[in-house]
Ligand binder design. Structure first.
Ligand code: MLT
Length: 409
């Protein structure tokens, strides 16, 4: 008889953003006239930059020509892209990351989810609370957790590191000793950034206890403070304890194009094995490489034109962030994030839970955000808005929220 992976049965409902999409679709069906503004999922709205389009067109032409046609991409990614990344994202910032240590992929979500496959199922996993749900759900699927604890609102067997208002939404070193530690900075969902000394503490801690940090830096392009680290490898000793994930989704608008990469340093070893070797073996077996066209588009991100155009795109979104932050503050809300990250983390009105606030905003203002509780128990009482919307719609959404808030008060 066929049996299923029973770990899947421990999962709570659907993936967070699918649940929200279903609720929004139901609301739209009931209110066909409603002009819904979506500031829920962190999906970009600006079109691909001209430098990227140019590179894509050129690569399409190459694919149509027998001399320049390409079949399977190398599973670690084309050298032209790995060399560029190593030079511009790492060596330019003083990090000794070689092209060989880079694995090009179809995005950070897949890599963050897949990386846990190279680790034993007996590892203790630490995650921030609130947290990007992919880190938790994929570990549930793999059997690295117990059941969902309805009372606490989280999974048994995981180490949750509360990120609270009083701690500036930066986690504290946990009391229990973890093996794998997921960190994401600038943070999704709280929009908080980490300083280099704070990150160095985590690196030193991981090296002291032999843990591995899985560092998600998907939002590094949104850092405005020049003192803040863009990569964990800016910290001393990080190549001995950290794997880093990067994405082209948010800095170059590739959410629908799909491209990312993972850094696995050669000297990162555990349990007598090189993690680079294991990941290389895993990718070689399960992945056929990101498409040539897309990797050429990725390369264009690093050209002078690409850089200039994308920096304008980041500024566009960060101006949205400012509009959201200041608009909500003006309406009396307590608001965090939105300065070095494209997410705004607002406190819900007193006596209103985060899912309740979600329903209220959708019903009264036709505005979609993400309830904090969807990111974990410590997200209760908060609500996330994304700065990735269209400018006019973002302004309208804030205006609508201000209006219903003045009525509610
Ligand atoms: C989010 O809204 O948290 C992100 O868009 C999800 C993702 O990047 O996968």
């Amino acid at each position: 008889m066929v049996t299923v992976n029973k770990n899947y049965l421990k999962l709570q409902g659907n993936y967070l953003f699918s649940t929200i999409a279903k609720k929004v679709a139901a609301h739209q069906k009931e209110n066909p006239e409603a002009e819904i503004i979506r500031l829920g999922i962190g999906d970009v709205t600006q079109p691909l930059a001209p430098a990227i389009l140019k590179a894509l067109h050129k690569a399409v032409e190459e694919m149509g020509n027998v001399e320049t046609f390409r079949g399977y991409a190398p599973e670690q990614g084309y050298e032209f892209l790995r060399n560029t990344i190593s030079e511009q994202d790492y060596r330019a910032r003083g990090c000794e990351i070689s092209p060989e240590e880079l694995f090009i992929s179809d995005g950070a979500k897949s890599d963050c989810g897949n990386i846990q496959e190279i680790f034993g199922t007996d590892n203790r996993v630490a995650v921030c609370d609130p947290v990007y749900p992919v880190y938790v759900d994929t570990n549930v699927m793999a059997g690295r957790t117990g059941n969902f604890n309805q009372e606490r609102g989280n999974y048994d067997g995981l180490i949750y590191m509360p990120c609270t208002e009083s701690g500036g939404f930066i986690p504290e070193i946990p009391r229990e000793i973890p093996d794998l530690i997921y960190l994401c900075f600038p943070n999704n969902p709280t929009g908080t950034a980490i300083t280099k000394p704070q990150l160095q503490e985590w690196v030193d801690y991981a090296n002291r206890i032999g843990a591995v940090i899985l560092y998600d830096a998907a939002y590094e392009a949104y850092i405005s403070n020049p003192e803040l680290p863009h990569s964990i490898y800016e910290c001393d000793g990080a190549t001995e304890c950290a794997i880093e994930f990067r994405s082209f989704s948010k800095n170059a608008g590739f959410t629908g194009v799909r491209l990312g990469f993972t850094v696995v340093p050669k000297n990162l070893k555990r349990n007598g094995a090189g993690l680079w070797d294991l990941w290389e073996r895993r990718q070689g077996t399960r992945f056929n490489g990101a498409p040539y066209l897309v990797q050429r588009a990725g390369e264009a991100v690093y050209t002078p034109e690409g850089r200039q155009e994308l920096s304008a795109q980041v500024s566009y979104y960060m101006e949205n962030a400012r509009i959201i932050r200041e608009g909500l503050e003006g309406a009396g809300f307590t608001v965090y994030g939105g300065i070095d990250a494209p997410y705004i983390w607002m406190k819900t009105p007193e006596n209103m839970g985060s899912w309740e606030f979600f329903a209220y905003l959708l019903e009264k203002a036709n505005v979609v955000g993400t309830p904090g509780e969807g990111f974990g128990a410590c997200g209760e009482g908060y609500f996330r808005l994304t700065a990735f919307g269209d400018r006019e719609k973002t302004k309208q959404a804030i205006e609508r929220i201000r209006q219903i808030e003045s009525i509610r008060k």
